[in-house]
Design a protein around this ligand. Structure first.
Ligand SMILES: *Cc1c(COP(=O)(O)O)cnc(C)c1O
Length: 460
């Protein structure tokens, strides 16, 4: 049923459209109210002069667009493995099962089953965290920004925190160390210069108002050349000589030395604790490969004070997060098998040869789909880890590059990018030097058939 827009008399009534068998068929899956709303919308479009509408089809498309979840699955072929905008770490099956169980059944979240009384939700993961980091105590909040905020607010409100100028980081979004300090009520004392900070810079800045010495991991940049930083053990010694605590914000919290898997080395919380840090904060969903969380480990005395801060209640994590985090931490007890079991590590250690072979398999279907106006090539590329982890290191990878051969390549590239985003499972790549690049590191072999199949719907 197609109605020329000019002929208002021919625009059918809502009831008539609802009577169409193709439209009625939508009731069961979507409910009458949603279908009726969609019919009204389509008829309004027709009244507003939109031409050549096939009513039943337009209603179905409207209903389906509304039924689609907003938080959609995507193919992350951007070349950034831990992409903050795409949800960072993908969780292992063990974490999924634990989260499902926590969601579908009552669980001993704050209940000590052995003693039969009230417990603390931190107990779910504290022992594991202590075992894996060598710390005395641990607590968990919503994300690492919250962990840093809570630490500063608890230990340094109305007092001074000494940090090197070279470490006053800004993480994508709104995490800037000086701003977090101010909101936490602490006064930032910057020492040293951008490229060089010496032990005496810390020493000279300690006064009666000093509450804390702090080091912040340069997660998303590197200071190279003529540089000097003060090692954690040196700052710890300076702090402890004055009876002050020393805290480290590590950002990414890998619990094992990644170099054993052939990856670049990233500092671990265990190393900071061993170097004398009283508190260490890190994220759950960066290199650790778990759910979004902020983890604080350290001396029992400080963790106890942090738990007593009323803000802890406002920043705490829910049972779903704790269940997933516990399951991920348990995997770390068996480091040998981590690269098979932890998706983040599996993706980061995926060999370039394996990715290249996948690119080889996808080349022909992609070229066939795009046609002679596009040059599709298998290309070596470099993935980045992302989320402020190992900022300067790149991992050799491979993918497909798609270059327009005709005129106005810029417009055509934009259109191709949009066409990939419009697929049932949106495909996200990145445009660089006149081509669209799809880094295949994060395309799982088991998703390859689906990826190829949906290329049929690519309209460019
Ligand atoms: C990522 C990062 C943060 C923020 O952590 P979120 O988990 O994103 O809140 C804070 N500090 C450093 C050094 C980081 O790398």
């Amino acid at each position: 049923m197609t109605v020329p827009a000019t002929k208002f008399a021919q625009i059918p009534s809502v009831d008539r459209v609802l009577g169409l068998p193709e439209v009625r068929a939508l009731f069961e899956a979507h409910g009458r109210a949603i279908v009726t709303g969609a019919v009204r919308e389509v008829l309004a479009d027709m009244r507003n002069g939109k031409d050549g509408i096939a009513i039943a089809q337009a209603v179905r498309e409207t209903v389906e667009a509304r039924a689609r979840p907003n938080l959609r699955r995507v193919f992350n072929l951007t070349g950034t493995v831990l992409h903050t905008n795409l949800g960072r770490a993908v969780l292992p099956e063990e974490a999924v099962q634990a989260a499902v169980s926590a969601m579908t059944s009552p669980c001993a979240l704050e209940y000590d089953v052995d003693a039969g009384g009230r417990g603390d939700r931190d107990n779910v993961v504290e022992e594991l965290l202590c075992e894996l980091t060598g710390a005395e105590s641990a607590t968990v909040v919503n994300n690492n920004a919250a962990a840093v905020f809570l630490l500063l607010n608890t230990l340094a409100a109305r007092k001074e925190v000494v940090v090197s100028r070279g470490e006053l980081i800004e993480i994508g979004g709104a995490f800037r160390m000086p701003d977090i300090m101010a909101r936490a009520g602490a006064k930032l004392v910057e020492v040293g210069t951008t490229n060089r900070t010496h032990p005496q810079d810390f020493e000279n800045s300690i006064g009666s108002k000093t509450a804390l010495l702090m080091k912040v991991h340069c997660s998303n940049y590197a200071v190279t050349g003529f540089t000097r930083t003060v090692a954690e053990s040196e700052v710890a010694a300076l702090a402890h000589a004055r009876q002050l605590p020393f805290a480290v914000d590590l950002g990414s919290g890998t619990l094992v030395d990644l170099s054993r898997f052939g990856l670049p080395k990233e500092p671990t919380p265990a190393e900071s604790i061993a170097a004398g840090a009283d508190l260490v904060t890190f994220s759950g969903d960066k290199l650790l490969g778990g759910p979004q969380a902020g983890i604080l480990v350290g001396k029992a005395e400080f963790i106890r004070r942090i738990r007593k801060n009323p803000l802890k209640r406002a920043l705490r994590v829910g049972k779903i997060t704790l269940a997933a985090l516990e399951a991920v931490l348990r995997l770390y007890r068996d480091p040998e098998r981590l690269p098979e079991r932890l998706p983040t590590l599996r993706l980061l250690t995926r060999p370039q040869g394996d990715i290249s072979r996948q690119a080889g398999r996808l080349h022909a279907p992609m070229q066939a789909k795009l046609g002679p106006d596009w040059q599709v090539a298998v290309a070596e590329t470099m993935s980045q880890i992302g989320s402020g982890s190992l900022p300067v290191e790149r991992l050799p990878s491979a993918g497909l590059s798609m270059r327009p051969l005709s005129k106005s390549p810029g417009t055509r590239l934009k259109r191709l990018e949009a066409a990939f985003r419009a697929l049932p499972v949106p495909v996200l790549g990145h445009v660089r030097e006149g081509a669209l690049h799809l880094d295949l590191r994060c395309l799982r072999i088991e998703d390859e058939a689906e990826f190829v199949e949906q290329l049929d719907g690519l309209s460019c």
